[in-house]
Design a protein around this ligand. Structure first.
Ligand code: UDX
Length: 432
């Protein structure tokens, strides 16, 4: 294999996973970040995020000397001919992405280019950002070192990011030159998967459109679920029947409390904003967003209907992270749900296998429990917010004894209603 020298700028979620996986593929990688504290921690082997398998991969490749960490772009570009930009693009209040970090990184790259370099945007950015980055680098690139701009969107899911990177269903590269295309093909050659080569803007749009489509699928199913409830049908059965059609596919058809996390809500918002900016009102996406938001209120309403008056009631909640196998609570439906319940005077007891340290920094007045049984003890209702597999393995006969009232509202449809009802619970799912 043709091993290459790569610099990854930004040691956040995307940057670290990208750096560690490229090193695992045999490339020499330097990950840089301007947060010196973070770099020092990484140099000592401490990983700032929770992602299954990432710590092992980082340690293994540090020992092999394929992966190192540095505090400046200058150091990162000393040997590298390929540089990934993986810095944050946080959302502004109007839905647009804040590209301040991208711009300053582009300037830094320009000032430190040593040789022909392929500059790759990996962060999720609005369409046309690649062109802006290219212009910025050209403007500050006083020594006229040649470079090529590439868009290479990531499709990593939190919790399975390492697997997603090393076994992708497609690699999308938006390029302007054959030289850059060859460099990218060589870089990813060990992965042996479909490589789709497009122009720069189409590649950027593939990311917007993919995530917005996934969000649309979820909201569509949630809307179907609302109809199911009204007519007495079961959304999980409807989804199964729909998903057997390969044109539809069975994934992303789980009705529930809606999508959260740092990508889907942000990317949906950004696509809405960009479409409007260029002259198209993508109203469908507004509905997708609205349906998603109403699902949380709907879940709270189900709890309220079950206990009648929320004020003074104890509600046990299982799960805080926006999905299982991550400690990420950014834009997690749980936060909104807890806030709504507390506003109505309910007392919250909550348990999550990994997200509690993060949740403690943002949640007030909730009682954090040692385990799921503790969260159920004395509760008037138990709500399932995140479908951690271990919640499916709980001893529900024991839970029934611990609860004040045996009521379960299953926001993720993860339990078998027949089995739970047979134990004497009142059970409510979503869309069934
Ligand atoms: C997503 C995309 O899947 C990934 O390709 C992209 O790069 C980043 O954004 P991620 O945010 O990690 O990944 O989570 P994902 O697994 O897509 O789930 C997003 C949200 O949708 C979660 O809150 C999940 O609970 C919810 N969801 C998912 C549903 O409510 N129903 C479903 O059927 C599927």
């Amino acid at each position: 294999m043709n091993s290459q020298k790569v610099c990854v700028i930004g040691c956040g979620y995307v940057g670290l996973v990208t750096g560690a996986c490229l090193a695992e593929m045999g490339h020499g990688v330097v990950c840089v970040d301007n947060d010196r504290g973070k770099i020092k921690a990484l140099q000592k082997g401490r990983i700032p995020i929770y992602e299954p398998g990432l710590d092992i991969l980082v340690t293994k490749n540090r020992v092999r000397k394929r992966l190192s960490f540095a505090p400046s772009i200058k150091e990162g570009l000393k040997d590298a001919g390929i540089v990934f930009i993986a810095v944050g693009t946080p959302p502004r209040s109007d839905g647009s992405a804040d590209l301040t970090f991208i711009e300053s990184v582009a300037r830094e790259i320009a000032l430190n280019l040593q040789r022909y370099t392929v500059v790759i945007e990996k962060s999720t950015v609005p369409v046309e950002t690649g062109e802006q980055v290219e212009k910025t680098i050209a403007r500050y690139n006083r020594r006229r070192v040649s470079f090529d701009m590439v868009s290479n969107p990531e499709f990593l899911r939190e919790g399975t990011a390492i697997h997603d990177f090393l076994h992708p269903d497609r690699i999308v590269i938006g390029v302007k030159s054959e030289r850059a295309e060859k460099a990218m093909r060589d870089l990813y050659a060990p992965l042996k998967t479909k490589v789709l080569v497009t122009d720069l803007k189409s590649s950027e749009l593939i990311k917007h459109a993919s995530n917005s489509f996934l969000a649309t699928k979820i909201s569509f199913m949630n809307a179907v679920g609302r109809v199911c409830e009204l007519v007495g049908a079961d959304a999980t059965q409807v989804a199964e029947g729909m998903g057997l059609d390969p044109r539809i596919g069975k994934s992303f058809l789980q009705a529930g409390i809606g999508f959260g996390g740092f990508c889907l809500p942000k990317d949906l918002e950004a696509f809405l904003y960009i479409s409007k900016k260029v002259g198209y009102d993508f109203d469908l996406l507004r509905m997708v967003k609205d349906i998603n938001e109403t699902q949380r209120a709907h879940f709270v309403k189900k709890i309220e209907e079950a206990v009648w008056i929320l004020k003074g009631k104890t509600i046990g909640l299982l799960g805080i992270s926006f999905k299982p196998r991550t400690d990420d609570i950014r834009f997690a439906p749980s936060l909104d749900i807890i806030h709504r319940l507390q506003t109505q005077g309910a007392k919250i007891k909550v348990y999550d296998p990994v997200a509690m340290p993060k949740a403690k920094t943002v949640l007030n007045q909730a009682t954090f429990c040692r385990n799921a049984y503790d969260a159920a003890r004395g509760a008037d209702c138990l709500g399932i917010v995140t479908e951690w597999p271990e919640f499916g393995e709980l001893d529900f006969a024991k839970i029934k004894k611990l609860m004040e009232n045996a009521i379960i509202v299953d926001g993720r449809n993860m339990l078998n209603p027949t089995r739970i009802k047979a134990l004497g619970f009142e059970y409510k799912g979503m869309g069934r």
